[in-house]
Design a protein around this ligand. Sequence first.
Ligand code: SPM
Length: 285
Amino acid sequence: MKNYSKILDGWFSEICPMWPGIALSLEIEEVLYSNKSKFQQIDMFLTKNHGKMLVLDGIIQLTQSDEFAYQEMLAHVPLFAHPNPENILVIGGGDGGILREANRHDCIKNIDFCEVDEEVIKVCKEFLPDLACGFDDDRVNVYIADGNAFVQERTNKYDVIIVDSSDPIGPGEALFEPLFYKNLKKALRKDGIIATQGESFFLHKECVKNLMKITKSLFPFYAYSYFLVPTYPGGNIGICLGSMGPELKKPYRAMTENFQKQLKYYTPQIHKASFVMPNFAMNLF
Ligand code: SPM
């Protein structure tokens, strides 16, 4: 993908045609890693105020200062909405952050993890051990493969599928297509749930509308959850959810006090509140 982002006078500016006319800039202290993999340009920066920052093809994937909000919501909203997730699949998110969160659920017996770019995993293991610790769990099986092809080969297998994709430009493009969603549905067990990276309804109305249209056409229950992540453009991002049975908008299982103590963003109240849409966004679904 063409990289429009720039570094000027010690500031990294994320510039992307998907959100024209607006750029997010962070002050950089050091370039820790910069290399082109088979799939994309991978950069790891040390920012002045937001910890380390992973950037793929010029687009911010996470900063250490607020990654918890994204990983916790994308993992715990679908996992707590399911009565008993035992077998789950995570597609994308080579940093390991979603795995870190999923590993907190003792009821999960198996986690298949599929990432297309092995280099992202290697770089995150070196520079982001607080996220890559997600790989250190015996229940996690790592597959280096294209997510779309991987899911196509699986039927009636998973209770929950989480898709932590990059944006629909570059290697993640196919993960925003109807065929991929059909394959996700096929890979679910009875009463399964999918949760996919759902962009921002402020900046990408058409994309959100399209994702929800696809989800609505395939799943008896669907919903959109959103939350705050200051280092994503617009300061917010959402999750597109589809369910073959369980109610999505409230947690099905109670959370122990010890579980809650480990989290910084997700609470059962935030779970429910994240589905309350502003008026303009309701028209998108
Ligand atoms: N585990 C973190 C990986 C991040 N995956 C999602 C990144 C999305 C980046 N772009 C956000 C654009 C906002 N609309």
